[in-house]
Design a protein. Structure first.
Length: 305
């Protein structure tokens, strides 16, 4: 019987069995021997298994001996509100370590949306020195959550939410859940005061604040300027990203990040990094030629490693 078009063949790996953390590895196309090179996909807020629209397109176009695995973290789906980037990076390190036990080739992380923060946290955040080395990183739709929240929330409501969260942090209740009135205009998902400010802090000091267009060079030197020389990065910005302020010059932003990386030891791949014309944040519903451009950039970058 032919498989359903909306079904995918693959393997579910329990990379931390006691905590039921899993990764779904797509069966390589064409399926031959077990692929030894792996691209690990990390989604954004609310994402989980098969929620990133373009994942199947990438899985089907990967070079020979590559496969795609989608990592399921504690922060997947609605779990992001009570999690953190450090926890994500710790879990991703366990995922990478698991696959390194039987994958003899390269391992690359690709982050979508807030998953881009996870890639940066993995490479530059606290404890990065002890994490397994990866051979490359791709950040797709690296939008600022702080700027995005400012676009989708009423300014007065956002200021109130931030004030409530800051008061809780100051009183020692950083890991308690914000009251519903502080978050209802954005989400029904339970969110701790610490994670809320990590995403939205008006002081520009949130742990998630990697990609805001108004960050100072000094701040960027701690992220893009701290990238390791061993791990090249491909930056893929969506040209019509609805979560980036319209006034942001996306090409200039990518060039700035690349310049900061060069001031450190890191390297942003200039051949494949780009602004993808016509692409929305997730590429959901985008024309096939737009999705194909993303896939071409990803495959080209992998082939260059």
């Amino acid at each position: 019987m032919a498989p359903r078009r909306d079904a995918r063949r693959g393997l579910v790996h329990r990379y931390v069995p006691n905590h039921w953390l899993t990764a779904f590895e797509h069966t390589p196309t064409p399926a031959s021997e077990e692929a030894q090179n792996l691209l690990i996909l990390v989604g954004g807020l609310f994402d989980g298994l098969q929620t990133v629209h373009y994942a199947d397109s990438i899985a089907d176009a990967l070079p020979e001996n590559w496969s795609l695995a989608q990592a399921h973290l504690s922060s997947s789906y609605a779990g992001w509100g009570i999690s953190s980037l450090i926890k994500d990076a710790t879990e991703l390190a366990k995922c990478v370590s698991y696959f390194k036990n039987f994958k003899a080739g390269k391992i690359v992380l690709i982050g979508h949306s807030t998953g881009c923060q996870d890639v940066m946290e993995y490479l530059t955040g606290p404890g990065h020195e002890g994490r397994p080395i990866i051979d490359g990183g791709i950040i797709q739709a690296p939008a600022s959550d702080r700027e995005a929240f400012g676009m989708v929330m009423d300014p007065d409501v956002l200021r109130h939410s931030n004030a409530v969260a800051q008061k809780m942090v100051d009183s020692g209740a950083a890991d308690e859940i914000l009251p519903r009135h502080a978050t209802d205009s954005f989400t029904k998902t339970p969110v701790t005061a610490r994670r809320w400010l990590s995403l939205t802090s008006p002081n520009h000091d949130g742990a998630d604040d990697y990609f805001s267009s108004d960050l100072e060079d000094e701040q960027l030197m701690k992220s893009f300027g701290a990238l390791p020389a061993t791990t090249p990065i491909c930056v893929l910005v969506s040209g019509e990203d609805e979560y980036m302020p319209p006034a942001v010059d996306k090409s200039a932003l990518v060039n700035r990040w690349a310049s900061i990386a060069r001031r450190g030891a890191g390297r942003i791949d200039v051949e494949y990094s780009c602004v993808i014309k016509g692409a929305s944040h997730s590429l959901r519903g985008n024309p096939e030629e737009v999705v194909s451009m993303l896939v071409q950039k990803v495959v080209g970058f992998l082939n260059s490693l």
